[in-house]
Design a protein around this ligand. Structure first.
Ligand code: NAD
Ligand code: UD1
Length: 340
């Protein structure tokens, strides 16, 4: 059985990926500082997958902790989710973001190199493209990250690219996620943002549950079909399957040492599409009002995800209806959002 180290494995995308991997026969060991997640997620993973993954509470910036982990286990690969992800916070606290996301990754890579574990899947983001010239965005589009968060992702991509060039033993997959939403269909795992959510789907869920009164739609004067911003929302279970496909790809003898892929659905949905679909599927009205554009927002973008389909044999299959239904199912069963 292959053992995989999952950093950030109790977080939103990590926990869903662990369920997917364990169900596919991998053994997962989670390293997470719990800065943005709860240890109780492990119990949910166990219920859903039938196995309890080992959780090591630790920080990817702690070299001694990593050395001990690599000495105690023989890993065939690492999936590196651990990092901070709030764009606005990264503008206010850039050093914290560069330390966590960039220094955290170089510390991890040094420990991996020392232990001879040279296969890694990295969580990158469509935010590296900034405001694109056109959509769908291919992987070859120029980088224009606008925030310290986005820049930290672009920096790590460069570091991993240099590493592959320096040593042909490395196998690296850079996965650029578009807008991850949704939850496990059981309603037992989902997104658990601290405080008032910044992102659209968690905000919509909290309006539906009555925790928040009204959704403010940021701008209805964009050059889009209905005037509201368009994004490529992707179901978190599709993303989880994308990680499984990436691991399998990197294990192939003919794999390219550096694989860079967009993970998206290749289509955009407007804010009003999300609101109307959520209301229709869940029978919950979402009171909303139009307000000014949010500074820094891009009018519209979506992925060209055809490379992932060709290379990984992976394609997102879940619809916006699935995303809205599963998000609400999770929120309904966990009204305070908190696991544990
Ligand atoms: P999340 O915050 O739910 O999960 C990240 C996990 O990493 C958390 O459990 C947190 O406790 C842990 N962590 C953070 N810093 C750590 C450190 N230094 N050491 C150990 N653990 C640490 O976020 P997520 O949505 O699951 O995102 C996972 C990854 O995907 C992140 O790298 C994020 O930047 C990236 N990403 C997320 C999105 C998104 O919208 N959710 C989009 C694109 C890329
Ligand atoms: C943001 C991040 C991106 C991250 C993504 C995760 C920025 C600039 N980018 O993208 O790095 O990967 O989240 O999902 O912050 N909206 C409203 N009202 C709300 C919230 C959002 O109208 O209360 C609109 C936004 O204007 C946008 C759309 O909904 O048009 C999606 O917003 P959001 O979920 O925050 O994601 P992004 O801004 O695309």
């Amino acid at each position: 059985m292959q053992k995989i180290l999952i950093t950030g494995g109790t977080g939103f995308i990590g926990s869903h990926t662990v369920v997917e991997l364990v169900s596919a026969g991998y053994e997962c060991i989670i390293l997470d500082s719990l800065v943005n997640s709860h240890a109780a997620v492990v119990g949910r993973i166990a219920t859903l997958s039938g196995k309890t993954p080992l959780l090591i509470e630790g920080d990817v910036r702690d070299a001694a902790c990593l050395d001990a982990l690599f000495a105690a286990h023989t890993f065939s690969a690492v999936i590196h989710f651990a990092g901070l992800k709030a764009v606005g916070e990264s503008v206010r606290e850039p050093l914290r973001y560069y330390d966590n996301n960039v220094n955290g990754t170089t510390t991890l890579l040094a420990a991996m190199a020392k232990a001879g574990v040279k296969t890694i899947v990295f969580s990158s983001s469509a935010t590296v493209y900034g405001e694109p010239d056109f959509s769908p965005i291919p992987e070859s589009a120029p980088f224009r990250p606008a925030s310290p968060y986005g820049k930290s992702k672009a920096m790590v991509e460069s570091i991993l690219t240099d590493l592959v060039a320096s040593d042909s033993a490395w196998r690296v997959a850079l996965l650029r996620y578009f807008n991850p939403v949704g939850a496990h269909s059981s309603g037992m795992m989902g997104e658990d943002p601290a405080g008032i959510p910044n992102n659209l789907m968690p905000f919509v869920c909290q309006v539906a549950s009555g925790r928040l009164k009204t959704l403010r739609i940021f701008g209805n004067d964009y050059p889009t079909a209905d005037g509201t911003g368009e994004r490529d929302y992707i179901h978190v279970m599709d993303l989880a399957e994308g990680h499984l496909a990436a691991l399998r790809y990197l294990a192939r003898t003919d794999a390219s040492p550096l694989m860079i892929a967009n993970l998206g659905t290749s289509r955009g949905h407007s804010v009003l599409d999300v609101v109307n679909t959520f209301s229709r599927i869940n029978g919950m009205p979402i009171p909303h009002q139009f307000v000014a554009r949010r500074p820094g927002d891009v009018p519209a973008y979506w992925a060209d995800a055809t490379y992932a389909e060709r290379t990984l044999g992976w394609k997102a299959t879940r619809s916006l209806e699935d995303m809205c239904r599963d998000s609400w199912n999770w929120q309904k069963q966990n009204p305070t959002g908190d696991i544990g």
